[in-house]
Design a protein. Structure first.
Length: 351
């Protein structure tokens, strides 16, 4: 499969518009075209050990959940490990693609996989995603009424000349017993300034103008984090064992909420893969589940009677790769070979 065709298919699997604004997602390293991809290599973190594994396995494209290039590189030399990743990738004609927070947001993504560790439950995003644009086009809606005069025809003619105007309609209306025409249109922020400037030239029109900010619709089941409601409440100790089993971990870190014990029931759990403080903070739940949180955020949660389970950052993400492998194989119609890294692992261990 051609690299550009594959990247388009990956973007279709998880739209990059769902990624956080601060993120660096998409195709990060591209060998000179044409570039055919026969083997796609999945990893959570692209380290030098993982890169060596990818080279040995004749990889054509690495999908690294975490972007190995995040802050801008000022040079590409052999001096730092991230620069060496780029050098090695280009030397061996290996592309690098990163989806990161786009995979956090999608309904079939990492947070959905993490929620399976709780057992049977229903879930909703903690911070829902919005559509990239309003369904009717434009960011604002402008409405005004005017007498049926030649002056209105002149105004409408000038409005039609403005770029980024859509859904322009005119309807008969009765205002204070008088027959008038109601004009409605959608427009961009830039076009709005021109429309307002035009209408302000006629004070009668301007004072009768309504401007509405159009809201982007929420995307169902899509967004950051999840608030999970268990089908049946279970004890904190039992939910801890479920999570350890799901993540294949011999241990996790647990902070028991104030006034709670290991036998206290858990009915609602708020979770966020990776580093979840900003998404979980202030959420009402019996339990917070994430990879890492600051010491003070843990203290705040505990003081509010919320227990906290921390599993280390990438331990809440890496297990998703095997599920992702199967989903991508189906999405790509088994046209390429997809393998999961065996060298990728969490950098922290208990000594």
């Amino acid at each position: 499969m051609d690299l550009r065709e594959l990247v388009a298919a990956l973007n279709d699997f998880a739209s990059l518009s769902l990624a956080e604004s601060w993120d660096n997602v998409g195709l990060l390293v591209e060998p000179s075209p044409p570039h055919t991809v026969n083997t796609l290599f999945l990893t959570n973190d692209l380290t030098e050990d993982v890169m060596e594994e990818a080279v040995q396995k004749n990889t054509d494209l690495i999908l690294s959940y975490h972007p190995p290039i995040f802050t801008p590189l000022k040079r590409v030399t052999w001096k730092t490990w991230k620069e060496r990743l780029v050098v090695r990738a280009l030397e061996h004609r290996i592309g690098i693609y990163s989806p990161h927070t786009a995979y956090d947001a999608i309904p079939h993504g990492i947070n959905n996989w993490l929620s399976k560790g709780l057992g049977a439950c229903t879930s909703v995003p903690l911070r829902p995603s919005t559509a990239p644009s309003c369904p009717a086009g434009g960011t604002h809606r402008v409405e005004f009424c005017a007498d049926n005069t030649e002056h209105l025809d002149t105004v409408l003619s000038k409005i039609k000349d403005i770029q980024e105007i859509s859904c322009l309609t005119t309807l008969p209306a009765r205002v204070e017993g008088e027959e008038q025409t109601r004009v409605c249109l959608n427009c961009s922020q830039k076009a709005l300034l021109e429309v307002v400037a035009l209408l302000s030239q006629n004070s009668l029109l301007y004072h009768k103008t309504e401007i509405l900010l159009l809201q982007k619709p929420l995307l169902p089941h899509t967004g950051m984090g999840r608030l999970c409601t268990l089908s049946e409440p279970v004890s904190l100790s039992h939910i801890t064992e479920r999570i350890k089993s799901h993540l294949k971990l011999p241990h996790i870190r647990l902070a028991v909420g104030m006034g709670k014990t290991l036998e206290s029931p858990v009915k609602k759990a708020a979770l966020c893969a990776g580093s979840g403080s900003s998404v979980l903070k202030g959420m009402e739940a019996d339990l917070y589940l994430t990879g890492e949180m600051s010491h003070h955020d843990v203290l705040d949660a505990v003081a509010n009677g919320i227990s906290v389970i921390l599993c280390e950052h990438s331990n809440t993400e890496r297990g998703f790769l095997s599920e992702l492998c199967d989903m991508l194989a189906t999405h790509l119609q088994n046209k390429i070979n997809i393998i999961v890294s065996e060298k990728d692992r969490d950098p922290l261990q208990v000594a």
